[in-house]
Design a protein around this ligand. Structure first.
Ligand code: NAD
Length: 244
């Protein structure tokens, strides 16, 4: 039996990028996987798909309940849905702060709240939150996004403490710049997207972006019994960006 066989997993933001790669990796290793996304129309079998907006508590509760019922329980929550924001404190107004915090932070809380009763029934319960290098790197022009990802990191530590005695592990991954449709969208706004991509790659110690599969591998490790004694940690997947 593999370390993923029989695990029932829910991946938010699983229709694209890091969430998609994670859902596919977990399924390929034997897990039964449900995806929760704003737009799950591209999600194919064997993945199960549920439409929900993490800013809408009712839609989250409905989707999580349906996923847990269809899977026959829930062992793993990958809390990954998130959006970006650019600018300094001078650039983002209150409305923008509330909008991005609502997705990136409160959205993860809503999904965790709905999933907890199911995770408590599992012998291998794990939550993996997607934070970012932005949580600790002090990135320019990313003040709002960085604050949300710092909050995800703190949320991870506090949740780990709260739920360790219930047998629920809580960890996060801190990806560096990862090659997903999100980064594609950002690059496409540059006057010369190819030159911008080359400059971005040149800033990485490895000379390349992190792949979505590499982040998925780290999430899968933290989601599985392979990391059974690990809780309240963050795992950097950043090609050495912060460590070197
Ligand atoms: P992506 O845009 O490719 O995928 C994000 C997915 O989340 C999409 O399918 C989208 O529909 C879904 N989503 C967005 N808002 C939602 C909402 N309100 N409700 C439900 N689903 C919603 O992005 P990605 O690059 O795969 O990023 C995924 C996560 O990884 C995010 O939390 C992001 O902050 C984090 N991250 C990304 C990078 C990177 O370089 N790509 C680096 C560090 C952290």
């Amino acid at each position: 039996m593999s370390d993923f066989e029989g695990l029932k997993a829910l991946v938010t933001g699983g229709a694209s990028g890091l969430g998609r790669a994670t859902a596919e990796l977990l399924a390929a290793r034997g897990a039964q996987v449900a995806v929760l996304d704003l737009d799950p129309s591209s999600v194919e079998k064997p993945l199960l798909a549920y439409r929900a907006d993490v800013t809408d508590d009712a839609s989250v509760r409905t989707a999580v309940a349906a996923a847990a019922a269809d899977l026959g329980g829930l062992d793993v929550l990958v809390n990954n849905a998130g959006i970006g924001a650019q600018g300094t404190v001078a650039d983002n107004d209150d409305e923008e702060w509330h909008r991005v915090l609502d997705v990136n932070v409160v959205g993860m809380v809503r999904v965790a709240r709905a999933a907890l009763p199911h995770l408590r029934q599992s012998a291998h319960a794990a939550i993996v939150n997607t934070s970012s290098i932005a949580a600790t790197a002090g990135l320019p022009q990313r003040v709002l996004y960085s604050a949300t990802k710092g909050a995800v990191y703190s949320l991870t530590l506090a949740m780990a403490a709260d739920h360790v005695r219930e047998g629920i592990r809580v960890n996060c991954v801190n990806p560096g710049t990862a090659d997903t449709p999100w980064i594609g969208r950002l690059l496409s706004k540059a006057p010369d997207p190819a030159a911008e991509r080359a400059a971005l790659e040149a800033r990485q110690p490895t000379g390349r972006l992190v792949s979505a599969d590499e982040v998925a591998g780290a999430i899968a490790y933290l989601a599985s019994p392979l990391s059974g004694a690990t809780t309240g940690t963050s795992l950097a997947v950043d090609g050495g960006m912060q460590g070197l």
